[in-house]
Design a protein around this ligand. Structure first.
Ligand SMILES: NC(=O)c1ccc[n+]([C@@H]2O[C@H](COP(=O)([O-])OP(=O)(O)OC[C@H]3O[C@@H](n4cnc5c(N)ncnc54)[C@H](O)[C@@H]3O)[C@@H](O)[C@H]2O)c1
Length: 272
């Protein structure tokens, strides 16, 4: 590995499993120390009932990072809890020396509902986690990035449906589209500091989120994956490594003049 992130510190939300774990471990493989934020025992998601990452999942990410010779600090935090995120950001800065990069990746999905049949509690939970949780993450960490100064960067993880909406998932679509607005506003505000902010928009990727969608919609997981493939320009399945490659490139100095952009990692779905 090239050591693109030697001596840097990253904070990743949703780092217990899936794409967030992939981002965190690859950052460490390329030289970074990482603060791992996920729900663990800090709370539960009830609407819809949702299996989130456990403390064991978080510890597995930590073990992978330590095996690479890098430091990893664990934070069991619900991104709906602003105060807990502020504490996690402050403790990260104390223990690891600062924060250079933030990946706001934590999120949930839901079953399909017509908008007028969507339980309002599901709407609120979705917006609280997938939109307000990202705002909380940025609000808690940006002062630390400003302390580090030029070269720091954020990536907000949206979705292909944040570019090309799908029906019957209005709350997820609304949150993911709103991240483009949040990301653009932050890019404008942080530009004068030399700090960048971009959004990444993965297409359907086989993680625990796909398993949750299959369960909530009572369809076989393979049918969902076939549906993802049918919506793409390219054949084959997206993998978590595809979004990790894009996220890390956006954080790296190779993308030093790229900010306020929306990068789809979707095998062409948003263009079909
Ligand atoms: N898998 C896909 O098809 C897909 C497609 C587009 C975008 N995304 C987005 O990618 C991101 C990562 O998803 P993934 O595919 O790795 O799924 P995942 O379910 O494996 O990972 C999501 C992580 O977020 C954590 N999380 C959920 N609610 C939380 C909360 N309130 N507080 C703290 N952590 C919380 C979960 O515990 C989990 O570890 C999400 O934002 C998701 O919306 C996924």
């Amino acid at each position: 590995m090239s050591g693109r992130f030697d001596g840097k510190v990253a904070l990743v939300t949703g780092a217990g499993r899936g794409q967030g774990r992939g981002h965190a471990v690859r950052l460490a493989a390329e030289g970074a120390d990482v603060a791992l934020v996920d729900l663990g025992r800090a709370g539960t998601v009830e609407h819809p009932p949702y299996r989130t990452a456990t403390i064991e999942d978080l510890r597995a990410t930590q073990t992978d990072i330590r095996a690479l010779g890098r430091r990893a600090e664990l934070f069991e935090v619900d991104v709906r809890d602003h105060g807990a995120l502020v504490s996690a950001a402050n403790e990260t800065a104390e223990r690891l020396g600062g924060i250079d990069y933030v990946i706001a990746n934590a999120g949930i999905t839901d079953g399909f509902h017509n908008t007028w049949e969507l339980p309002p509690a599901h709407w609120r939970t979705m917006i609280d986690i997938n939109l307000t949780g990202v705002f909380h993450t940025c609000h808690a960490t940006v002062p630390r990035l400003i302390e580090r100064g030029a070269g720091s960067a954020l990536v907000l993880v949206s979705s292909v449906v944040g570019i090309k909406p799908v029906p019957r998932l209005a709350h997820y679509v609304a949150a993911k589209m709103a991240l483009r607005g949040l990301g653009t506003a932050l890019a404008a505000e942080l530009g004068p500091y030399g700090i960048r902010c971009n959004t990444v928009h993965p297409g359907g990727t086989d993680t625990e989120m796909t398993a949750a969608m299959a369960e909530l919609n009572q369809v076989p997981r393979e049918n969902l994956l076939a549906g993802f493939r049918a919506g793409q320009l390219l054949p084959g399945d997206l993998s978590a490594e595809d979004s990790t490659a894009a996220v890390l490139w956006l954080l790296s100095t190779e993308a030093r003049m790229i900010t306020g952009m929306e990068l789809a990692v979707d095998a062409g779905e948003s263009k079909k």
